[in-house]
Design a protein around this ligand. Structure first.
Ligand code: ADP
Length: 157
């Protein structure tokens, strides 16, 4: 398997925006590893295991999608898994500036790994995990921003 991509993120929670990036990128790679980065010092909204199980449910029928969690530098995780590509999604100019710095720093540290960006589809541009968390926190209905396999009732905050 040559073309492995890692799609890293906190996915707290995994949204329709994330789902769309993975599904649209599938024809480009032999395998996509959705890698949930965790940081023991950072407070999560949904526990890691809940996020992981939700994403696994979304891709249960996809043989070429793997869901794992990792701690540490994303490029080190890529090396460990043999991934040569880092997949990221771009919504706005702000995303672009942020992603550009990370991708270029990653390139300094590991020249063999290429960052690949997919532009969001227009209707998913505003979908954002931070806003989805706020909706949930305040009792609103966020279901339209989540893949249909993710049921918030599975996890009561
Ligand atoms: P991080 O915590 O690393 O920013 P996120 O979980 O917020 O990770 O997002 C992971 C990736 O998904 C990032 O590249 C982000 O830009 C992308 N992404 C998030 N929401 C969308 C969306 N609506 N459309 C396209 N890409 C998105």
């Amino acid at each position: 398997m040559n073309n492995i991509a890692v799609f890293p993120g906190s996915f707290d929670p995994f949204t329709t925006g994330h789902e769309s990036i993975v599904k649209r990128a599938l024809p480009l790679f032999d395998k996509i590893i959705i890698a949930i980065g965790f940081n023991t010092n950072k407070k999560d909204f949904f526990p890691l295991v809940v996020r992981e199980n939700w994403i696994k449910k979304v891709f249960v029928t996809y043989e070429n999608v793997e869901v794992v969690s990792f701690e540490g530098l994303t490029i080190d995780f890529c090396k460990k898994t043999g991934a040569k590509y880092l997949l990221r999604g771009l919504r706005t100019a702000m995303d672009f500036e942020y992603e550009r710095s990370i991708a270029q720093m990653n390139k300094y540290m590991s020249s063999g790994i290429e960052s690949v960006f997919l532009l969001t589809t227009p209707e998913l541009t505003p979908v954002n995990s931070t806003i989805v968390r706020d909706i949930i926190r305040h009792g609103g209905d966020a279901s339209q921003f989540l893949p249909k396999e993710i049921n918030l009732e599975d996890y009561k905050i």
